[in-house]
Ligand binder design. Sequence first.
Ligand code: ADP
Ligand code: MG
Length: 684
Amino acid sequence: MFLFELNQPVSALRGAGPAVAAKLARLGISTINDLLSHYPRDYEDRTQFVPLSQFAKYPSVHTIARVVRHDYIGYGRMKTLKIKIQDETSEAELICFNRNFLENLLPVGSRILVHGKFQFRYGELQSSTFEAEPVRDGQQPSQGILPVYSLTEGISQGLMRKLVRQALSMYGLKIENELPADLIQKEALCDKARAIKQIHSPESMDELNRARSSLAFEELFYFQLKIAMRIQSRRQQKLPRKKIQGLLRGRLLERLPFQLTADQKKVLEEITADQEAEHPMARLLQGEVGSGKTIIALLAALNEVERGGQAAVMAPTELLARQHAATAAKLLEPLGIRLAFLTGNINDQSRPNLLAALKEGSIDIVIGTHALFSDDVEYRNLQLVIIDEQHRFGVLQRIALFKKGRIPDTLMMTATPIPRSLALTFFGDLAVSSIRTMPPGRKPVQTHLAKLGHETKVYEFVRNQLKQGYQAYFIYPLIDESDKSDLRNATEMAKKLAEDIYPEFSVALLHSRMKEDEKNRIMDDFVAGRCRVLTATTVVEVGVDVPNATVMVIEHAERFGLSALHQLRGRVGRSDQQSYCFLIYSDSITDDAKKRLKAVYESTDGFKLAEEDLKIRGPGEMLGTAQAGSLRLAIADPVRDLEMLKKARFEAFAVIKQDPALLNPEHAIIRKVLNSQEKIAESL
Ligand code: ADP
Ligand code: MG
């Protein structure tokens, strides 16, 4: 779809003036092409009537009804219109949250077409997610399968449908196939123009499915092509590698108060072998929270330093970067390693010196945040990049690293295991190492659920742990009071915990809006044990390592995602002491939240929880957060489309292998891939 016409701004359409165009831009839509690539998120099947009484048998009701009465529930700003309707089979209520304007549109006595999901609540049949429109007596309502789009404020479903219909009729026939013709034939895909038409305005469910799988295949194919290209460009590099003696590594191992576990030894061997191989390393190190990945990172860095290269260790938060820097200073400075620490906040006089030192090579290992790869940072001989908690960064951030020229060895570390289907999609070019066992003597964290209102018992339990000299975390979903919510927040609870509940212990508050030095001071106090209770938001979610902390209390646990809960729980249980996690939940809890809490309560196995998470949220959501929104699959679903994914992968790799000319940057497909990579890299 790179035709000039399709790249015209949406304002070429009737009804898309500057105001509408600005709103569409919020959805990432600025050209006709973008609009046509904004696939529906769902469909309303209006091919067949489903009366109210059949609400439970079908996904949604689709019926003609009469408006019987208007009522209002609530007062003031919360005042909500409630419309009583009746069709031939039953009565029901339409709850018009934020849609009181329907009062005029659907007056009492009028005949309306209603479409939506209904359920029994408070003793009556209700819907709050319905669509309704008046139908004059004798008039036939609009039928067919209607697209339902993700919207933004000020763009209605109707407007979106109208714009897409218009774009389709003006430009739809100009859409050309991009996939190689033989592939389209082999996979029995429909032409792109047809697929786009049917995805927005399907003639039947069969056509829709065919269009969907054609577009999904195309998307997966490009994805795999990118992966194949990444692998290829690494293979094209032959590196003059020096062997690693392991002298520095050996000296660190001697100084450690513990032995590496068998799994740690094995992954270190795998990494070392990669570092000696002739192509650059691209490896993902998966290991349960607390399984000891940091030490592996430092050992890998020493491998590199020994043969004269530089290594960079990147962490997603400043807090974690600082903690790694402190660990490195303690363990590596005595070996004469030259270390540096670099974050976005280091902008004072020391920065020019630091940058100069990196450039001339008088720093061996630099630790920091993504600031390590800002434009003004140059390295003399950067050979190894280690990315900690990589799931926090967004998968494609690494592309930005590759833009720096020669590809260095890359080691990505994560405590969020990736289900296989997703691993193939997003990490298809990575070798994987896993640490499955914990260091000896660790006891699994005991997890307890408690209902809000019963937390006094939890507080008493925590007091007992504090009395024994241990430390505790209290985690809240919000930083401070917000008028939108009556949830407990960290700021108020820190005060309450300090003054009313634990006046005998020192309690501190930590959240992301605090100044960097203050955060650092508080974290230092907690690490040193001067502060005993840390009240925080999810700033402590990843990486923080304070083995003396034995209790994690998460209030409003229903508000946290599964992986956040698992990660937070992983902050305790980091010594041979028994540790505890309390999940306190309130009454207003959704079904999904119940499933999450149950999963975390029942298992401490990160791999199991990741599969569970995938089931509850679906891959789109799971990757959505994991990738910080940098790139979502628009239509393919790696779990449901796993077989297709494998095929697309096979074909993409075959294309690259068979026809290296495809790597010519002028080739249409490649240009598309490169373009999208540039776009992503720029948006970082
Ligand atoms: P994660 O894998 O979550 O990043 P860390 O690297 O922070 O875990 O390690 C957790 C704790 O375990 C640290 O305090 C670390 O010193 C300790 N540790 C690491 N490896 C071992 C080991 N083999 N034996 C005992 N303790 C270890
Ligand atoms: Mg870690």
